[in-house]
Design a protein around this ligand. Structure first.
Ligand SMILES: [Zn+2]
Length: 237
């Protein structure tokens, strides 16, 4: 389902990733938790990861669709911006994401943290920050009404920073593992013709260790960590 069909309702949560599989690595279990709670969650991948060592674009798209189905995601879009060419200073790149935010009107937007070994994850973080800001500006016209995002979270990819929010995902953690296994071209060393990379040499297990370590800090089996970029509005401490 696309956002141009005019029949879609607003999303509760929009998760943006640089590549198909980023959303699952960073917060796949939280997505599963949200959809199990009846929330409408969408994923927007901004590139098709055309430069990945393993798997071609067609395979990546098929895997992404399967992973989204396993997590109960309502919609998954791909902006097809250039892999290793994301640029937050490029107005067309920012406008493409502004269009998605305004079309789906999410209360919450999630994106990678801006500190990561992969430059595309950093660029994606910057792109989302610009788009969240611009989406609210009345005089930027994209064919949709301006939209103000209530909460903007960052999720962790290859680096682990200090989370300001932890989500207990113990009850749904298997759904994250199941979704990640949909990306056989990336994480399965026995995938046809696969070249050994850091992704298919125990990466999924390391992500589970990371999430277990975060969980241990709040005495649960698994947690995913976030940094909240917008003020948390409370009526009391
Ligand atoms: Zn990525």
């Amino acid at each position: 389902m696309g956002y141009e069909d005019g029949a879609c309702r607003a999303l509760d949560v929009l998760v943006v990733g640089a590549h198909p599989d980023d959303a699952e690595i960073g917060m796949g279990a939280t997505i599963a938790l949200l959809t199990a709670q009846g929330k409408r969650v969408g994923i927007c991948d901004v590139t098709k990861a055309a430069l990945s060592t393993n798997g071609d674009v067609h395979t990546r798209m098929r895997e992404a669709a399967e992973a989204a189905a396993r997590l109960g995601v309502h919609v998954r879009e791909n902006l097809d911006l250039p892999d290793r060419g994301l640029d937050a200073q490029n107005t067309e790149h920012v406008r493409a994401l502004v269009h998605v935010i305004r079309a789906w009107r999410p209360q919450v937007v999630c994106a990678p943290v801006a500190r990561d070994r992969h430059p595309d994850h950093v660029a994606c973080a910057q792109l989302v920050a610009h788009a969240v800001f611009d989406a609210a500006l009345m005089r930027i016209e994209t064919g949709h009404a301006p939209w103000t995002v209530a909460r903007h979270y960052a999720y962790f990819m290859h680096e682990l920073g200090t989370p300001t929010v932890l989500c207990d995902v113990s009850d749904v953690y298997e759904k994250k593992s199941h979704a990640l296994r949909a990306y056989a071209s990336q994480f399965d060393a026995s995938f046809r013709g696969a070249v050994a990379t850091r992704l298919n040499e125990g990466f999924v297990e390391r992500i589970a260790h990371r999430d277990a370590w975060l969980g241990a800090s709040i005495r649960c089996a698994y947690a995913e960590g976030f940094v909240l970029h917008t003020p948390l509005v409370l009526q009391t401490l």
